[in-house]
Design a binder for this molecule. Structure first.
Ligand SMILES: [Zn+2]
Length: 147
């Protein structure tokens, strides 16, 4: 298993990336996470996953200070045996949507119009986007722009 951080733009926000040795380990970890988060989701068929979140330290009544937002805004999980460009792109785009949503001021978050979290609208967009991207990658290699 390997772990590293993925950070885009000039911000302290980052995603933790975990690449498991097997797809079974990936699914077990994803199910463990969703179990903890009280989601009734089965991850028994996934090949990668993005778990978006925002952790905030809450200020208890009587304490000084402001709520603190933690820089870790999600976890991207992959399996070493399934790190295709398509899977990596797909999960990375979920991360991009999440970071995009968080960056918008509250009043503008509706403009993202993909719902509050990963959902059917986002899936439909990403299935189009990852297929377009993989076709583009193949063309770039075919025409020798990429080697
Ligand atoms: Zn997806």
């Amino acid at each position: 298993m390997k772990k590293f951080r993925l950070r885009a733009l000039k911000t302290n926000k980052y995603f933790k990336v975990i690449v498991y040795d097997t797809v079974e380990e990936l699914r077990k970890a994803a199910n463990g996470y969703d179990g903890k988060a009280d989601n009734n989701i089965s991850n028994d068929d996934i090949l990668g996953i993005c778990h978006p979140f925002e952790r905030t330290t809450v200020i208890v009544k009587g304490q000084k200070g402001r709520p603190k937002r933690h820089p870790n805004i999600g976890i991207l999980r992959f399996a070493k045996t399934h790190t295709t460009t398509q899977i990596v792109f797909h999960e990375t785009m979920h991360a991009a949507f999440w970071q995009y949503r968080l960056a918008l001021p509250k009043k503008d978050q509706g403009k993202a119009d993909f719902g509050e979290s990963s959902g059917p609208k986002e899936e439909a967009f990403l299935h189009l986007a990852d297929r377009l991207y993989i076709k583009m990658v193949r063309q770039m290699y075919k025409h020798k722009y990429w080697k």
